[in-house]
Design a protein. Structure first.
Length: 165
């Protein structure tokens, strides 16, 4: 093997350092692990899904979820929000109808139905009782969850999507 002089050694070492530092530049970063109430709701949803692949939290749906929470609280009517929701979910494929709100025939507004609990099993059982089919679809991979206070109770709502465009 040929003996290297100092200049060749430094050149090769420098090239190796540059190559190693660039190696991770194109790698996608892993999504941040969810924390807090949304993490517990996500755990309940994935428990409800059973053997289906677990959903991943996606913050790109935050603008749509802001609108959904306003609808759930009665601050906006669903019918008046359809265009805004459509714009907010642009960039996603097969976004579900808001999960966790139902139409109240008495008021004409939507109202929240999924109360938040620290007990993951209880939240998963509540999903079983209400049979939310959107969450059982094997095609969906993404979810955005928001918790909020309404009339002294913490509720949660969600949107799911098959993927990003």
């Amino acid at each position: 093997m040929k003996e290297m002089n100092r200049r060749e050694f430094l050149t090769l070492t420098g090239a190796a350092v540059v190559a190693l530092s660039l190696a991770g530049c194109g790698a996608p970063s892993a999504p941040a692990a969810p924390t807090g109430k949304e993490a517990k709701v996500l755990e309940a949803i994935n428990k409800y899904r059973g053997a289906l692949p677990p959903l991943t939290l996606d913050s790109g749906l935050d603008p749509a979820m802001k609108i959904v929470v306003e609808i759930a609280k009665g601050d906006r009517k669903y019918e008046d929000s359809v265009e805004d929701l459509g714009n907010a979910i642009d960039g996603y494929i097969e976004v579900s109808a808001p999960i966790g709100i139902v139409f109240d025939h008495d008021t004409g507004y939507m109202m929240p139905v999924y109360a938040y609990s620290e007990d993951v099993e209880k939240m998963a059982q509540n999903l079983l009782n209400l049979a939310d089919k959107n969450l059982k679809s094997p095609a969906i991979t993404l979810v955005n969850i928001q918790t909020f206070e309404y009339n002294g109770t913490t509720f949660w709502v969600a949107l799911t999507a098959k993927s990003k465009k």
